[in-house]
Structures are given as structure tokens and as C-alpha cells.
Design a protein. Structure first.
Length: 327
């Protein structure tokens, strides 16, 4: 069951969206009730046997049972399916039956869907631009890149810098050759609209990444880190705008490295058997106290894409007791 249970007002007038103010001249212009539960978007026992959502709109929760957004009030969620959500659908919308362990492995997919969609056009634009030897060499690295934000992956840092430059000052949605459209919700956007701009942005990115990190083909994990307590280790994952399912947000530290500040942090997968089985990881630990051993004891585990088994039975819990407290 998936239920989009937002608190949505039942408007007495047409919605003004995010840009039009509707003057409330009388009480008749002010909403007095909410849209009832039964009228909110729901998906129950859909074809394919899955529901999913990554902070996106409810319409494409299951691609085999897409909700008809025209049957709902316009002040519901906008019609979108972002790249991260599209990748999640690619991972699970198939005929496979997944074990719990396979699901947990999929959660740590480092694939960058944006690269799948635009890299061919980028390489074509660079090769047609009479590139310098340094830019041509960087393009060759990008061609060999596996399109992931994995720890050892070389090309992702360069690609990310290029995309930021290419879309700088523009609405990124307008920079594709084929923008996103609802009729091809899981396969668009794709391609690049501005070849010359793309090639110029790539040449800039080669210089910028080399200046910052010493080489254009720096590995993702050499730049992107989990830094928590005494832990400082490489980490795979990227922002949702780049199309990573393992979404991580970063800040730039004084030494030029980028450390995780948000995104995935608590991950749990549960199989509801007679005795539930589960794995989890809490990246930032159980304690905010740096002196506590449970402050950073899961940080390296998270960075490596590992999990711990969740203790459920009394026997398992008893065997793992650290300290007892009885008021």
C-alpha cells in the first residue's frame, strides 16, 4: 500500500499555484476543510508487486499502475518523476524476485543515471570541438568511465563539474535535447540541447578539476568522504539531480575535499517472515557525543555500503546486551 497522505486544503476556488495570489475578500474565499483521505492518491496491491517513492510525486509510484493525475485537484503534487526516482524504477520494475540481501545491495547502487542520458552527446560535442590534448585525454577518460559514483570510479568528479558549469545560470530542465514529458516519464530527459556550450563547459571542467585536485581523472572517493568523529573514508553516492539512488549531499571542506552532510543516513530493509529479518545502518551513530563509542562506529560501515543484522528475538538481544538499566 502506498498512500500520499498530505494535508491538502479543499479550495473554494481555482488554485493559484506558486505564483498567483488569490485575494480572500470574504470567508467564502478561505478553505474550511481538507481533502478527505479516500480522495487522496493511493496505490494498493499493484501489478508488479511493488510500491516506491523517493520524495517525489505520487503519480508514478508503480509504472504498471500509473495514477491519472487529471482526476485529482490541481493543488496536489506537481507532475514530475525525477532522475533518482527513474533509476529506482529501473532497479525494481522487472520480473525478478528479490531476496532481502539483493534488495540491500540494490540500495547501494552507485549508478549515475544522468550520465547514461547525456554522456554520448557530451562526448560527441567535445570531439567535434577541436579539443586540446588535455581535453581530448579527459574525454577519453570519460568515455571509459562506468557512469557511477563509486569509490574508485574515475570520471564522476569531472562529469559533475561539467554539469554544474553547463547548467550554470540556466534552468537545467531546458538544457536537454529531449526534456522530461509525462508520456515518457521513465525515459526522459535525455541528450544535450547546446553542443557548443557543452564542449566549452567541459574544457572549463578539465581545468577546474585539475586545479582543485591535481588531475582531471581523480577518483570519486579521493574527493568525496565520510568524515564523522575519527572516521575519514571514501564514500560512493551523489546528489539526486545527478540521478543517484544512493543520494548524498556534500559540503566543500577547507582542504578541498567534499564531506557528506545529508541524504542517506539511516537505511533499513525488512523481510516480514515469521521471525522478521532485517539489516540496517545508521551513518551518524546512536550518540551525538564524540567521546561515545557509538558516535562513529557505523560511519565506515555506511561508507563501505555495509549493514549490520537487526536483532529481533529475545535470544539475539540478550546475547548482545552492553549495559542494563532499570529505573
Amino acid at each position: 500500500l502506498y498512500a500520499w497522505n498530505g494535508v491538502v486544503p479543499s479550495l473554494p476556488h481555482a488554485s493559484g499555484g506558486d505564483s498567483i495570489a488569490i485575494p480572500a475578500r470574504t470567508t467564502a474565499d478561505v478553505f474550511t476543510r481538507l481533502i478527505p483521505w479516500d480522495s487522496l492518491p493511493h496505490v494498493q496491491n499493484p501489478r508488479g508487486g511493488y510500491v516506491r517513492n523517493e520524495n517525489d510525486s505520487p503519480w508514478f509510484t508503480n509504472m504498471r499502475q500509473v495514477l491519472d493525475w487529471t482526476k485529482y485537484p490541481p493543488n496536489m503534487e506537481p507532475l514530475t518523476l525525477r532522475l533518482r526516482s527513474q533509476l529506482s524504477l529501473e532497479l525494481i520494475d522487472n520480473e525478478r524476485k528479490f531476496s532481502l540481501e539483493e534488495i540491500m545491495a540494490l540500495k547501494n547502487s552507485y549508478r549515475m543515471l544522468l550520465a547514461d542520458r547525456v554522456k554520448p552527446d557530451l562526448l560527441a560535442a567535445v570531439r567535434a570541438s577541436n579539443p586540446s590534448p588535455a581535453v581530448a585525454a579527459a574525454a577519453a577518460t570519460l568515455a571509459q568511465w562506468d557512469n557511477t559514483a563509486g569509490h574508485d570510479s574515475r570520471g564522476g568528479v569531472l562529469f559533475q563539474a561539467w554539469w554544474q558549469r553547463y547548467t550554470d545560470g540556466a534552468n537545467a530542465d531546458t538544457m536537454y535535447a529531449e526534456p522530461w514529458e509525462a508520456q515518457r516519464a521513465a525515459t526522459t530527459p535525455r541528450g544535450l540541447r547546446h553542443a557548443t556550450r557543452a564542449a566549452e563547459a567541459f574544457a572549463w571542467a578539465v581545468d577546474e578539476v585539475t586545479r582543485r585536485h591535481g588531475r582531471a581523472d581523480v577518483a570519486w572517493g579521493d574527493v568525496h568522504r565520510v568524515r564523522h568523529g575519527d572516521v575519514d573514508v571514501p564514500v560512493g553516492g551523489c546528489g539526486g539531480a545527478l540521478g543517484c539512488f544512493r543520494v548524498l549531499n556534500f559540503r566543500t571542506d577547507p582542504d578541498g575535499k567534499r564531506s557528506v552532510i545529508g541524504g542517506d543516513g539511516w537505511v533499513i530493509g525488512v523481510e516480514f517472515t515469521d521471525v522478521p529479518r532485517a539489516y540496517s545502518v545508521l551513518a551518524y551513530g546512536q550518540s551525538p557525543d564524540p567521546a561515545n563509542r557509538h558516535h562513529d562506529d557505523q560511519a565506515a560501515m555506511f561508507a563501505a555500503g555495509q549493514y549490520k543484522r537487526v536483532l529481533f528475538t529475545e535470544r539475539d538481544i540478550e546475547a548482545d546486551v552492553i549495559r542494563r538499566y532499570r529505573p
